[in-house]
Design a protein around this ligand. Sequence first.
Ligand code: ZN
Ligand code: ZN
Length: 331
Amino acid sequence: MRAMIFETPGAPLRSVDWPVPSPGPEQLLIRVQVCGVCRTDLHLVDGELPNPKIPLVPGHQIVGTVAAVGQAVERFAVGDRVGVPWLGWTCGRCRYCRSGRENLCDAARFTGYQIDGGYAEYTAADQRFCFPLPAGYADLQAAPLLCAGLIGYRCLKLAGEGEDLGLYGFGAAAHIVAQVARHQGRRVYAFTSPGDAAAQDFARSLGAVWAGDSSQAPPRPLDAAIIFAPVGGLVPAALRAVAKGGVVVCGGIHMSDIPAFPYEILWGERVLRSVANLTRLDAEEFLALAPTIPVRTTVRSFPLEAANLALETLRAGDLHGAAALLVGAES
Ligand SMILES: [Zn+2]
Ligand SMILES: [Zn+2]
């Protein structure tokens, strides 16, 4: 099969002829149709995530068709359309797994990080961590639901119920979360890189009541803010933007160092927290919710062989919404 392979941190992915995986007893062999491109893939390629599998097929927003099933598989059959997210396996036994927090599992393995992912024509995935996808979404439009959507949704839940919500970094996750938040009756304030008028217009088109530079203060104090951009300097900015009792959620897997800040901006029962990964319950909830809103995803597609171009386009911020690789002929 054709695959894009990660071997050396800091070097581009390499296009190779690679063996088709053979599914284990609990695994599906999936013919990949589309694989979303995520900021996490960029952190991986840049060597910012510790201990990846090497060599590795990246990609953790996989939309595909079941081509074969392992002998213990009972949730899916050949021909089914499935989605594969970032959470690829958990132990089911540790203190986190036993308390509804499998996203924190000590032994968790992640798709496109410790498990080969979807930047290839085929992938193998554990059926217990695969999901049916809502029928109303074409493969390309479904792909960003699987990470930008799922982890964005978890961030939104952990941001609390406040009405005035700031989103720092208006990329793939924010363009989905803005639609969910607006549907819930919240007001969305979008913060972009200074001067990025196109991203601010895009945010307004998705219902943001205000859009501006991340260096600006919002027109009113926020109840919560979610930081999707991997920029530590946004943490004090967001703490300054939230009212007393407000919550600041860091949604990314990696962030540059957070600068020192005065205690005064955390005081007043402001909360600063991260969100790590997702649980299967998050996936079930969000994939049921998205089509009822309905969430519409804006996705720019690239051929599989152009994975490096897709990643550099994401790095440059030259995208509105999400990016995804078109892998299968049906897409
Ligand atoms: Zn566990
Ligand atoms: Zn992701």
